[in-house]
Design a protein around this ligand. Sequence first.
Ligand SMILES: [Zn+2]
Length: 84
Amino acid sequence: MTIRIIRRGVPPSEKIYKVTCARCDSLLAYKMEDIEVTDDYREHKSFQSLNCPVCANKIFITQHVEANELLKEEINRRRNIDGY
Ligand SMILES: [Zn+2]
């Protein structure tokens, strides 16, 4: 039988997260594809970061916070206005 979607979820790659730039206070929305991963071989760790499009600050992300519905609506509205 064809698989039916009872409740549609959002795959991790399509989720939208939010972060505030500590340097210029811009509120940014991003997807995982926007994240840059840097490996620190000495510490055996890797860092996730994002370049702020406003002030070029490198924002280190330790926890991904999902954008709430209000922010998602705002993003969709802007997408329609900007036409991309
Ligand atoms: Zn910034």
